[in-house]
Design a protein. Structure first.
Length: 506
C-alpha cells in the first residue's frame, strides 16, 4: 500500500427532495488497501457510491482519481475510468448464461460476430480467479443467489479496474465462499488495486480492512485505522451512542432460556419436498423462537417456504393449533395467522413502484379483500406507526418503496407483517444488509413479539444471531434436519460441532 491516495472525494454533497443524503463528506482510498465504509442504513453509503460511479450527479464537491479530476456521468463511464462496482443486489440477467452475464456489453468478436468460444473460455478464466468451476453455458437463474453474487464479482474483476467497489458482497455467501472471496481481495490488494468494501459484518471488517470510514445521517463521523478502533467504539460511532450503552445492548439474552410450555402452535410431521428438503418434524409454541441453523444450501429457506405454503409439499402434514392445515399457498397461510419475511426482499418482498404506505398496508388490505378498502387515513396511521417504531429512513410514507435503501426496505417488510398481527412469523435472514443499530432493534422486536405470544421461526447465516434469539435450534445440513438443540445446548460451538460431525460421518 502507498500513502498516495488513489481516490479523493472532498466536500461531497447530494440532496433529494426533502432529504440531504450527503453533507460535506470526505473519503480517501489508497492504492493497495481494503478500506471499509461503515454506517447505518440511510447513513449515505450507497449514495456516496452512486455519486462516485455516476449514477447520481453530485451537487457539490470534488472527485480525483490517481491525481486527476473526474466527472463520471454513468456507471459505464466510471468503468472506463477504472472503477468497477458489485452492488448488494445482484443486477444481472437471469435468462442469460453465466458467460453472457460476465461479458455483457463487451462480448469478444471475430469477423464482426460474437466469438462464443472465446467468451466461454474467458468466463471460465474469470471464475477461476474465485476458484469457481461452473457450467458457463447454464442460465444464471439456475444457480443460487450466492453463486449469482460470485458471478457478479467475477464480472467486476474481469474488467481492468484500478478501484473495486464491493457493496455487501458476502451477504449471500457462506463461510467458505467468504474466505475464498477474501483471499481474492488480498491478492488484488497486493497487486495495487484499491478496494472499497461495504459490509454490515463487523468481524469481516476486522479480518480484511486496513482502514474504516464511518458515516452517520449523511455526514462524515471519522476515518480510523482498523487495528486502533475497538469494535464497541465502532458500533458507538455508527449509531451515535455511548460505548457503555452499546455494551449494555450487546449483552442481550443468555443462552439456556427455557422454551415456553404448552401445546404446539404449529406442528409439522414428515414435512418434505423432493429435491428441496428431506422429510422432517418440527414443532413451535406460542411465544417461542425456533432457530433454523445450517450452512448455505442446508435447506433453511426451503423449509420456511414449505411452512408458509409458498412451495407445495409432497410429503407430511402441518397442524395449526392441533388441527390439520392445508397450507396450499400463502393466502391460506395468512388466513391461519402465519407471516413470512423472505430472504430475497427484492424479488419476493417489495413492490418497488408502490409507496411505503401501500407496501406496509398490503397484507392488512389483502385480508379484508379488495371490496373492503382501507381508507387512506387508516393506511397512513398504520404506516406512520411502524415507520416510527422501526425507524424507517424515509421523508414520508408516500416515497416509492424502490427508492429506499435495502435495509429500510427490509424494515418496511417487517412492518407489513407486524401490522397484520400474525400468530407465527417466519423471518428468513431478517438482518441481511441491515446495519448494527437496526440489528439491535430487530432483536428487541423479536423479544417483544415473544412476550406478546407470537411464535417466531428465525433463520440467519450468522450463528451468533440464531443463538441470541432462539429458545431452540433445529440444525440442518444437506437439506435434512440433523437434530435439535435446547436450553444450555443452544451455543454456536454446539451448532458447528453438530454440522461438522455430520460432515465427517458423511
Amino acid at each position: 500500500m502507498t500513502d498516495a491516495p488513489l481516490l479523493e472525494m472532498t466536500g461531497i454533497r447530494k440532496t433529494f427532495p426533502g432529504v440531504v443524503a450527503l453533507d460535506d463528506v470526505d473519503f480517501t482510498l489508497r492504492a493497495g488497501e481494503v478500506h471499509a465504509l461503515m454506517g447505518e442504513n440511510g447513513a449515505g453509503k450507497s449514495t456516496l457510491i452512486k455519486v462516485l460511479t455516476g449514477v447520481y450527479p453530485r451537487d457539490a464537491g470534488r472527485i480525483r482519481l490517481a491525481g486527476r479530476d473526474i466527472h463520471p456521468r454513468s456507471p459505464l463511464q466510471a468503468q472506463h475510468l477504472g472503477i468497477s462496482t458489485v452492488y448488494q443486489e445482484v443486477n444481472l440477467i437471469g435468462g442469460l448464461s453465466v458467460a453472457e452475464n460476465i461479458f455483457l456489453g463487451r462480448q469478444p468478436r471475430r469477423l464482426g460476430v460474437i466469438d462464443w468460444r472465446a467468451m466461454r473460455r474467458g468466463a471460465r478464466d474469470a471464475l477461476a480467479r474465485l476458484e469457481l468451476d461452473l457450467d458457463v453455458n447454464r442460465p444464471l437463474s439456475g444457480y443460487s443467489i450466492a453463486i449469482q453474487q460470485m458471478v457478479a464479482i467475477a464480472r467486476a474483476l474481469d474488467v481492468s479496474a484500478r478501484l473495486l467497489i464491493l457493496d455487501e458482497p458476502t451477504s449471500s455467501l457462506d463461510a467458505r465462499e467468504t474466505a475464498r472471496l477474501f483471499d481474492v481481495m488480498r491478492r488484488l490488494r497486493d497487486d495495487g488495486i484499491g478496494i472499497l468494501f461495504i459490509t454490515h459484518f463487523l468481524e469481516q471488517v476486522y479480518e480484511v480492512a486496513g482502514r474504516i470510514t464511518v458515516l452517520r445521517n449523511g455526514r462524515l463521523v471519522g476515518q480510523y485505522v482498523t487495528a486502533d478502533l475497538p469494535r464497541i467504539e465502532l458500533i458507538a460511532r455508527m449509531i451515535g451512542r455511548d460505548a457503555e450503552e452499546v455494551s449494555a445492548l450487546d449483552g442481550a439474552r443468555p443462552a439456556g432460556r427455557p422454551a415456553p410450555a404448552g401445546p404446539p402452535l404449529l406442528r409439522a410431521v414428515g414435512l418434505g419436498r423432493e429435491g428441496a428438503v428431506e422429510p422432517m418434524d418440527l414443532e413451535i409454541r406460542a411465544g417461542e423462537v425456533l432457530g433454523l441453523a445450517g450452512l448455505l444450501g442446508s435447506g433453511r429457506t426451503e423449509t420456511a417456504r414449505l411452512l408458509f405454503g409458498l412451495d407445495a409439499r409432497d410429503s407430511g402434514r402441518i397442524e395449526v393449533n392441533g388441527r390439520g392445515a392445508w397450507l396450499w399457498g400463502p393466502r391460506r397461510a395468512i388466513r391461519r395467522g402465519l407471516g413470512f419475511c423472505p430472504e430475497d426482499r427484492k424479488a419476493d418482498g417489495i413492490i418497488g413502484d408502490l409507496s411505503v404506505r401501500e407496501n406496509i398496508a398490503l397484507v392488512v388490505q389483502g385480508r379484508r379483500g379488495w371490496f373492503r378498502r382501507l381508507s387512506a387515513r387508516r393506511q397512513n396511521e398504520i404506516a406512520d406507526r411502524y415507520i416510527r417504531a422501526l425507524r424507517i429512513a424515509t421523508p414520508d410514507a408516500e416515497k416509492p418503496m424502490g427508492d429506499l435503501s435495502g435495509g429500510n426496505q427490509q424494515k418496511a417488510i417487517l412492518a407489513r407483517w407486524l401490522a397484520a398481527e400474525p400468530r407465527l412469523l417466519i423471518l428468513d435472514e431478517p438482518t441481511r444488509g441491515i446495519d448494527v443499530g437496526a440489528k439491535f432493534e430487530i432483536a428487541r422486536l423479536v423479544e417483544s413479539l415473544c412476550a406478546d405470544g407470537v411464535a417466531v421461526v428465525f433463520i440467519s447465516s450468522e450463528l451468533e444471531e440464531v443463538v441470541q434469539s432462539s429458545h431452540r435450534v433445529a440444525v440442518l445440513r444437506d437439506r435434512r434436519k440433523l437434530g435439535e438443540l435446547a436450553g444450555e445446548q443452544v451455543q454456536v460451538s454446539a451448532i458447528m460441532k453438530a454440522i461438522a460431525q455430520h460432515e465427517e460421518a458423511g
